[in-house]
Design a protein around this ligand. Structure first.
Ligand code: ME8
Length: 537
């Protein structure tokens, strides 16, 4: 589903979603990882001039939330309201996430549409009543197959454990409604085959294909042993299975059965970002639900790997106490947004460590990028009174910088905008930053400055113009990743007065040389990446 890429705001939107997160607890680094990735992706497409829709939200029904609320002596709705207002929305604001909407599954705009969707499937004979007994993990909110379970040890000796949560499963026996998922295997396989990019990365795709090839079972889509959910419209003793309810957020939030124009312009998503723990729900159940309704399928389900702590998936129970805010207060919000995408290949697992973050911050952000920006501004101040001088096209060295910028733009646009290779795209930009640093080191403008002849001054002007114009390109390219810092750099180059707002600069123009006109007022603004304080042990 390619977006139009046009400037005008009508037409189809580039639509990206995050999972809607469970509100049983506050967000942690793992949730923030996926949400920042989606923010960078959508900001990139906005910077291209496309119409964009970025959706996130919260998953508020189901046993897991109900039990947490009970344990805290409040109703599930009270619990969800508190967590959303005090933890989830504030964190996204703090991390500079520019989502266009925030959907909560307890909202009427969602629950009404979920009932309509499910009723429709029932009317089409896609749903029937049946019985089921099997091991259920409340952490996953999912029935498990016996082969997927681990044998418990120690306090759990003799019990079967969920392989993800490492907690005992419960045997559930219910009379439920079932969706005829088993009928969709061949159609799903045909879709994966015809759309090789539908599931990313390749390893995730293979896992799903192998799973579907083994044959799908029908899916229990209702629960009758508790009532915290959306009632099944034709049988109110049941509530709709939390995953069916949750997946539908991607449709209900953009006007399904309510606002045909919005729905038409937005649905289906171009990219569903998910963690690999919930890939099967998005790559099997969700497309099968859409097929059953004759609705179009999303462009891509992209799974990020797990952030690991001590060799285990980072979760609420093994966080080692590090909250996103602990890192942002030390490194700043922009560096936080940058770090995880820079350090971990998207789709692979990766570990976090203070040492690695500190080392990269100092060498790549503070030394390579921050120093370049402040050195160039300081020299324009010192040698030209803060007015950007006119340069000439110079020689081979300047040509190499111009080529370097053009290459960085092309590579970053392909890698971030199309391939979701955030690490590769960021590296392409930072390779260019390194190149410009090398250019200044070689040209030694502080020596050239001593030559007061007109030729000497012209050569100095060319070096500083070249470096400043290169930074103009860097500010645009890094804006989706580190918006606050890019704005500081934009201000320091005096670019706003000459070129307009940073957000209005287009990726396609970022590599066009000579956009920053001579005569702008260059100021040495605040340091982009201050030296790190000693970490409190
Ligand atoms: O699964 N590393 O919600 P959830 C990387 N409500 N990403 C991680 C992570 C980690 N250690 N931990 C969490 C749910 N995530 C359902 C989703 S969607 C219709 C319903 C991220 O609160 C990752 O994106 O358990 C993962 O898929 C998501 O948070 C799970 O969040």
């Amino acid at each position: 589903m390619a977006a139009t890429g046009s400037e005008e705001q009508g037409g189809r939107a580039y639509y990206v979603t995050t999972p809607i997160y469970y509100v049983n607890d506050a967000p942690h680094l793992g949730h923030a990882y996926t949400t920042v990735a989606g923010d960078v992706l959508t900001r990139w497409h906005r910077q291209r001039g496309e119409k964009v829709w970025y959706l996130t939200g919260t998953d508020e029904h189901g046993q897991k939330i109900m039990r947490t609320a009970e344990a805290n002596g409040v109703t599930p709705q009270e619990w969800a309201d508190k967590l959303v207002d005090e933890a989830w929305r504030p964190l996204w604001e703090h991390l500079d996430i520019k989502n266009d909407d925030f959907i909560r599954t307890t909202e009427k705009r969602h629950t009404d549409r979920v009932q309509e969707f499910v009723q429709d499937l029932f009317d089409k004979d896609e749903i029937y009543k049946g019985g089921y007994e099997g091991p259920y993990c409340v952490g996953c909110e999912e029935y498990k197959l016996p082969g997927e379970l681990l044998d418990g040890e120690g306090e759990f000796a003799g019990l079967k454990l969920c392989a993800i949560h490492k907690t005992p499963v419960e045997i559930l026996k219910e009379e439920n409604y079932f969706f005829k998922l088993s009928e969709y295997g061949p159609k799903l396989l045909a879709h994966y085959e015809a759309n090789p990019g539908f599931i990313q990365p390749e390893s995730a795709r293979n896992e799903v294909v192998n799973f579907v090839r083994q044959g799908l079972q029908d899916l229990s889509i209702s629960r009758s042993t508790f009532d915290w959910g959306v009632p099944v419209p034709w049988d109110e003793k049941h509530v709709i299975y939390v995953w069916i309810d949750a997946l539908l957020n991607y449709a209900t939030a953009v006007g399904y059965n309510e606002n045909p124009q919005k729905f038409e312009e937005t649905f289906p998503a171009d990219v569903h970002l998910v963690g690999k723990d919930i890939l099967r729900f998005h790559a099997i159940i969700w497309p099968a639900m859409l097929m059953a309704q004759g609705l179009p399928l999303p462009g891509k389900v992209a799974a990020n790997g797990w952030l690991m702590v001590g060799g285990e998936k980072m979760s609420k129970s093994n966080l080692t106490g590090i909250k996103p805010q602990d890192l942002t207060s030390h490194f700043g919000v922009d560096a936080y947004r940058w770090y995880f995408l820079r350090a971990i290949a998207f789709g692979q697992d990766g570990s976090f460590s203070w040492e690695d973050f500190s080392a990269r911050y100092t060498s790549e952000l503070a030394n390579d990028y921050g120093n370049l920006a402040s050195r160039v501004a300081a020299m324009v101040g010192k040698y030209f009174g803060g007015t950007l001088p006119e340069g000439t096209s110079g020689g081979a060295a300047e040509q190499a910088v111009r080529d370097g910028l053009a290459k960085a733009v092309t590579e970053a646009d392909r890698k971030i905008g199309e391939e979701l290779d955030f690490q590769g795209g960021i590296l392409a930009i930072f390779d260019f930053v390194k190149q410009v640093n090398g250019y200044i080191t070689e040209q030694e403008p502080w020596k050239v400055a001593k030559d007061t002849s007109p030729e000497g001054q012209a050569a100095l002007a060319t070096i500083l113009y070249t470096a400043s114009e290169a930074l103009r390109g860097v500010a645009v390219l890094l804006n989706p990743v580190m918006p606050e810092t890019s704005q500081k750099l934009w201000d320091s180059l005096g670019a706003d007065a000459a070129l307009g707002a940073l957000a209005d600069q287009r990726v396609a123009d970022a590599g066009t040389w000579g956009r920053l006109p001579a005569g702008t007022t260059v100021t040495k603004g605040a340091v982009l990446f201050p030296r790190l304080e000693e970490k409190q042990a």
